[in-house]
Design a protein around this ligand. Sequence first.
Ligand code: NDP
Ligand code: PYR
Ligand code: MG
Length: 511
Amino acid sequence: MHMLRQYQVPLQRYMALMDLQERNERLFYKLLMDNVEELLPIVYTPTVGEACQKWGSIYRRPQGLYISLREKGRILDVLKNWPERNIQVIVVTDGERILGLGDLGCQGMGIPVGKLALYTALGGVRPSACLPVMIDVGTNNEKLLNDEFYIGLRQKRANGQEYAELMDEFMTAVKQNYGEKVLIQFEDFANHNAFELLAKYRRTHLVFNDDIQGTASVVLAGLVAALKLVGGTLAEHTFLFLGAGEAGTGIAELIALEMSRQTKAPLEETRKKIWLVDSKGLIVDSRKESLQHFKKPWAHEHEHLKGLLDAVKAIKPTVLIGSSGAGKTFTKEVIEAMTSFNEKPVIFALSNPTSQSECTAEEAYQWSKARAIFASGSPFDPVECHGQTFVPGQANNAYIFPGFGLGLVISGAIRVHDDMLLAASEALARQVTQENFDKGLIYPPFSNIRKISAHIAAEVAAKAYELGGLATRLPRPANLVKYAESCMYSPNYAATADHRELRFFYFFSPE
Ligand SMILES: NC(=O)C1=CN([C@@H]2O[C@H](COP(=O)(O)OP(=O)(O)OC[C@H]3O[C@@H](n4cnc5c(N)ncnc54)[C@H](OP(=O)(O)O)[C@@H]3O)[C@@H](O)[C@H]2O)C=CC1
Ligand SMILES: CC(=O)C(=O)O
Ligand SMILES: [Mg+2]
């Protein structure tokens, strides 16, 4: 840590950490787990975003498996080249929507690498059981196509049948090579592929879309916790989203589902409490014909409004959620409007990395006169405002996917069910203590994440057993929290080793 802290530039810290991961994996995880709050912004958002943008020029080692269009027809052989046989979790991307940074092509590999580092550090999945995959079908990013250091295919993205066939070959080869209990996490695909891939493979494979499902679970947990501070039930609140893509519609659907469970009202009714704005304005019934399929359920009766501010004034939401990937869109006027009709406006600026956040923590607290309940996708430092210190929460799917995946692994689950997402969400919300609430926090600190992940894993596994036919690890362990903890990888060193022995051990230790 002393050496890392000498680097002032976050990207240099990132590079030093990636070198360490290659050189001494155990020490990398030990460091990451012991300093999670300090190192998460390096290994993960926001610095991983910058690393992806510059991937070609900071490239040192592959870190994961690159599968390109050129391997079509040979993907099983390519998978067999990976030195580890016992894979439990794959994070795969095609790099088309990397955080809120757009199409980064092959350079998006930083995301599966970062997500899987969190699977191990936060969720305890063995590093050797994790496989980062980049499906390289080209990029439409002209800047990258002309960049001499770009490491991917220099062609426009393949789509349509060619794309579908490559993905299908990959999905089939994974199952053939690793069996049906390997978890495939789809990450940062563009929405025109993401929804389709999830719908296509959720009945045949153990798949999970982190951006649609993981994000929904973490935001619902934050909302349930926020209600303790603002009062009312979910169904008594009105939600407005800026951004109607994977994150926005995924969250909206899980909130509607939970409302429907709580009130017994049909889903079509509970959806009416939720409004979304996309790049063309408020999603309303007059636009229905031209809307993408995942937006149609949200096309309620209302006049069409073009801007967010008009929508806020007309809908009067109690909760405003940013999932647009467009930075600085929660303007002073928007937040002041939210504050004019809410005692405590709930404001989530989910877009990553920090540059794309809909507003900063400071803006949310200052413009709301310190009344906002605020959380963001990327971390912000505590803010001094009106004589008080506010610690913003980090509403990021990193709270959910490590424990969620661990729960699937330890129960030997073969499919993901929506009830597991709700169970994960409830488990996370339950981990917020009175002490956290007293500080205005709606998420527990990341320093407790291993314990939190064990609880999430236990609830997800319990759901897998309860639903029947999904869990293959039999018999069911009696105490699932203890069992989850006992399964977690720990990068510990022999307690008795003295300093010199440790140095020797560091150098030669296999994983
Ligand atoms: N905190 C977290 O855990 C997570 C955060 N995210 C973040 O959420 C963001 C969006 O991700 P995702 O949903 O997958 O992306 P999508 O591309 O699927 O969706 C983006 C949505 O935002 C809309 N949009 C874009 N720009 C504007 C604008 N200026 N005004 C209004 N609407 C706009 C788009 O409109 P249109 O449909 O008209 O194009 C689209 O509906 C990213 O920045 C990502 O990093 C994602 C997952 C998890
Ligand atoms: C956090 C995340 O998954 C995203 O921003 O895409
Ligand atoms: Mg993502």
